[in-house]
Write a protein that binds this ligand. Structure first.
Ligand SMILES: [Zn+2]
Length: 244
């Protein structure tokens, strides 16, 4: 059994391809209200898809009180497992078609959208899937406002340092491994146990989570089965019994 914690979009054909390597859990990431709605629809349709809703930091300017209301309404439907993805990106911003590279949105715009989504997560008992690009300090600053609450979740496509990974672990976050950042984050992976990581493709092809599993197994000197088993159990723990 495997779990891919970051499916970018849809649907049938790629999910079918994911059946043979036994990818049983796929977290579908959202970027805006439309993709959030699609994810709830997909989760209703496909058992292995777990719905995530969220406004991506590249789209933080779209976050309005209406957006927040729409997200709260989607949560009411009972299928939403996480706010994904949310966070802060100080490095770049991809435009509407995800092809044009633009300057990041102003920090205050991103912080406002992120803060509201962290609040939504803690109030609705959802976990967070974080997008952190050069913004660990800014993300932790937002977390300070939630000191008395329990935060949990995943840092998706982790590309930070050993120290940053440790800090995230202390905050209750798992480190999500994407093949794209290997071998750059090999030193980070070396400091983590299998209990502290999850796997992701960040693509439309959850079947390819097998490749990530293989790479991690090689580096951690574990069997692929062991890596698959532990990382999937980590995801299940996040999801909780009600949403499996
Ligand atoms: Zn991301």
């Amino acid at each position: 059994m495997l779990a891919d914690v970051h499916l970018q979009q849809d649907p049938a054909a790629s999910l079918a391809r994911a059946q043979s390597p036994n990818v049983d859990i796929v977290l579908a990431a959202a970027t805006d209200v439309t993709t959030s709605r699609i994810n709830v629809f997909l989760a209703e349709k496909y058992g292995q898809v777990k719905a995530c809703i969220g406004i991506h930091p590249w789209r933080a300017n779209l976050f309005t009180p209406e957006t927040e209301k729409a997200m709260a309404e989607l949560i009411q439907k009972g299928k939403v497992t996480a706010i994904s993805e949310t966070g802060i990106d100080l490095v770049r911003r991809m435009g509407d078609n995800f092809l044009t590279e633009l300057q990041p949105l102003p920090l205050e715009v991103q912080v406002k959208a992120f803060h509201a989504q962290v609040r939504l997560a803690v109030n609705s008992n959802l976990f967070l899937v974080l997008h952190d690009r050069g913004s660990t300090r800014e993300i932790f600053k937002v977390f300070e406002d939630f000191e008395d609450r329990t935060l949990r979740g995943i840092v998706h496509g982790f590309s930070g340092t050993v120290d940053e990974a440790r800090e995230y672990r202390q905050q209750g976050f798992l480190i999500s491994i994407n093949k794209r950042y290997l071998p750059a984050i090999n030193p980070v992976l070396e400091t983590l146990t299998l209990n502290e990581i999850v796997l992701e493709t960040d693509s439309n092809e959850p079947a390819r989570v097998v490749d990530v599993c293989e790479a991690v197994a090689l580096l951690k000197k574990e069997t692929k089965n062991k890596v698959a088993e532990v990382t999937t159990a980590n995801v299940k723990k996040l999801l909780g019994p009600g949403l499996l």
